[in-house]
Design a protein around this ligand. Structure first.
Ligand SMILES: Cc1cc2nc3c(=O)[nH]c(=O)nc-3n(C[C@H](O)[C@H](O)[C@H](O)COP(=O)(O)OP(=O)(O)OC[C@H]3O[C@@H](n4cnc5c(N)ncnc54)[C@H](O)[C@@H]3O)c2cc1C
Ligand SMILES: NC(=O)c1ccc[n+]([C@@H]2O[C@H](COP(=O)([O-])OP(=O)(O)OC[C@H]3O[C@@H](n4cnc5c(N)ncnc54)[C@H](O)[C@@H]3O)[C@@H](O)[C@H]2O)c1
Length: 473
């Protein structure tokens, strides 16, 4: 087959967050860039991940607000869910963001966009059906897909993933979700609030990477929404039934449902990429690369989910920036040099940056200190009638910030306030300095940090000092 031949500075495979940031950064610096995408521009986040899930959650949280408005003295007739209209809202959200990630926009930047599957044929050449591309450097940003549940009979059962759940036309009567990670909890709460019966089966612990104290607040909210949570149990067998599916757990318990959603984590998309021909190693969790995202092939970088260093859109975008900084600004940058926040957009949301208390203790042991504050003691939260949750600051013995976690209304935005201090390894006393507007939820960081110093600031010596000074004033 005759293919069009192209030589370029950078060839990017995959037009999700990681690929798009790499391609746009290089193109804006005048580099000749080729971008391959075999599916939809924007990748998982725009089409099957963050955007549709957050649009669905907004509809669900709105239904909940209407349902619970009576607690504030606002009477309503209760929400009526028009599921096709909810789906249209999701489609509109995707369509509104799509221009940012579109082929036209990238072509406008001078990127050659090829909508075909790409594969390496040697260490510096990529083929697709119509093209042969030789490049000085490559970025593999091919993402991940839902892991198939290791359950007997799963291949004979219709199950949904994050790609197919958006095609379900009517609200599921009973959604059984395998996996209690961010996907399981977010979509579980969303469907429950829209009117589905929801069961989450989690093999280990709900939201296992987050602070367990704060996960309790999310668990309580899910239970209040009517979500059934089965924790610490594996599914052994799946069967098709007349009305949907049945799952038998290892304990023998059988759960019947109308729909099954697989949300037990992700596997790297490396199929048909020709990694061997390029001398690149990979496993299920991703392509092997170092902290600057370099693979064993010095021409090839990995970015985003496929780099096996976390699965978040902003991390994927950061990876793109790291590659552009290293390649085209000559700034040696490690991907681990940024403190990456993570948020779960349940209601209330749960968020963190840096280390959790458990992670810090596992490496630093007794040196770790924490300071917490509850929204029960935050005037804005009281005024809003939403006092559940709180924050936790994690420090080293000398007060260096190691991480922060928050759960409660707007915790996702609140944690963002701590990203820079954590990244800069600021001290907890720095958090006591800014004056926060009253009444805001953001005041809570200062209160938590203040509590860390309370024994000293209002201790015996401070009282003696104040008493001495007051003699002269
Ligand atoms: C339901 C859900 C909700 C999520 N919510 C959030 C959230 O709220 N916040 C957050 O930060 N993250 C969220 N994520 C995670 C986020 O979607 C991913 O971390 C992000 O999309 C990763 O971007 P990426 O560029 O690495 O890969 P992707 O977005 O997966 O893009 C990879 C692209 O590569 C293409 N590709 C693959 N192989 C080839 C090939 N050989 N040739 C050409 N093209 C190829 C694919 O078609 C795809 O478009 C969510 C994920 C899911 C599933
Ligand atoms: N708000 C967000 O930022 C957001 C939202 C959704 C997804 N994501 C990203 O997408 C990725 C995938 O999310 P996810 O929730 O599928 O994965 P995950 O790996 O975060 O969680 C999967 C859960 O499934 C459990 N599990 C594994 N095998 C199981 C089995 N056989 N039966 C029952 N439970 C099992 C695990 O113990 C784990 O708790 C995550 O890494 C996350 O970072 C992020």
């Amino acid at each position: 087959m005759s293919r069009e031949r192209i030589s370029c500075d950078l060839c990017v495979i995959g037009a999700g967050a990681a690929g798009l940031v790499s391609a746009s950064g290089a193109a804006m610096l005048g580099r000749k860039v080729v971008l391959f995408e075999k599916g939809r521009m924007g990748g998982d986040c725009l089409n099957y991940g963050c955007v549709p899930s957050k649009a669905l959650l907004t509809a669900a949280h709105t239904a909940h607000t209407v349902r619970t408005a009576g607690r504030l003295g606002v009477k309503t007739a209760g929400p009526e869910i028009d599921f096709p209209a909810v789906r249209r809202h999701i489609e509109r959200a995707i369509a509104a963001i799509h221009p940012n990630d579109s082929q036209e926009r990238f072509e406008g930047m001078g990127v050659k966009v090829i909508r075909e599957h790409a594969r390496f044929v040697d260490d510096r050449t990529v083929h697709s059906d119509g093209y042969t591309v030789r490049a000085k450097r490559f970025v593999i940003a091919t993402g991940t897909r839902a892991r198939i549940p290791p359950v007997e009979g799963i291949e004979h059962v219709p199950y949904l993933t994050n790609e197919t759940i958006w095609d379900v036309e009517a609200l599921p009567a009973h959604l059984l979700i395998l996996g209690g990670g961010p996907i399981g909890c977010e979509l579980g709460q969303a469907f429950a609030r829209l009117g589905s019966r929801v069961t989450i089966v989690e093999a280990k612990r709900l939201l296992g990477r987050m602070d367990p104290d704060h996960v309790e607040t999310v668990r309580a909210a899910l239970l209040e929404d009517g979500v059934e949570i089965v924790e610490g149990e594996f599914a052994a067998k799946a069967e098709k039934t007349a009305s949907g599916i049945a799952l038998t757990l290892e304990t023998g318990r059988r759960i019947e449902a109308s729909h099954l959603l697989a949300a037990i984590g992700r596997v790297a998309i490396t199929d048909g990429l020709g990694l061997e021909a390029a001398g690149i190693a990979a496993d299920e969790s991703g392509i092997h690369c170092d902290d600057r995202l370099r693979t064993a092939n010095r021409r090839v970088y990995a970015a985003g989910d496929i780099a096996g260093k976390g699965q978040l859109t902003h991390l994927a975008g950061w990876h793109g920036s790291v590659i552009v900084r290293n390649l085209y600004f000559g700034l040696p940058t490690k991907q681990s040099s940024a403190a990456i926040p993570a948020a779960v957009y349940t209601d209330p949301p749960l968020a963190m940056v840096g280390m959790t208390e458990d992670q810090a203790r596992s490496t630093r042991g007794e040196r770790v200190r924490t300071a917490s504050w509850s929204f029960q003691d935050n005037d804005r939260a009281i005024a809003e009638g939403r006092t559940e949750g709180g924050v936790k600051i994690v420090t080293d013995k000398d007060g260096t910030l190691l991480g922060a976690s928050a759960v409660g209304e707007r915790a996702d935005d609140l944690v963002q306030m701590l990203s820079l201090p954590v990244q800069k390894r600021a001290k907890i006393r720095d958090l006591t300095e800014p004056v926060a507007p009253y009444p805001t939820r953001g005041e809570i960081w200062k209160r938590a940090a203040g509590s860390y110093f309370e024994p000293v600031v209002f201790g015996r010596f401070a009282k003696m000092w104040a008493s001495l000074l007051s003699r002269f004033h």
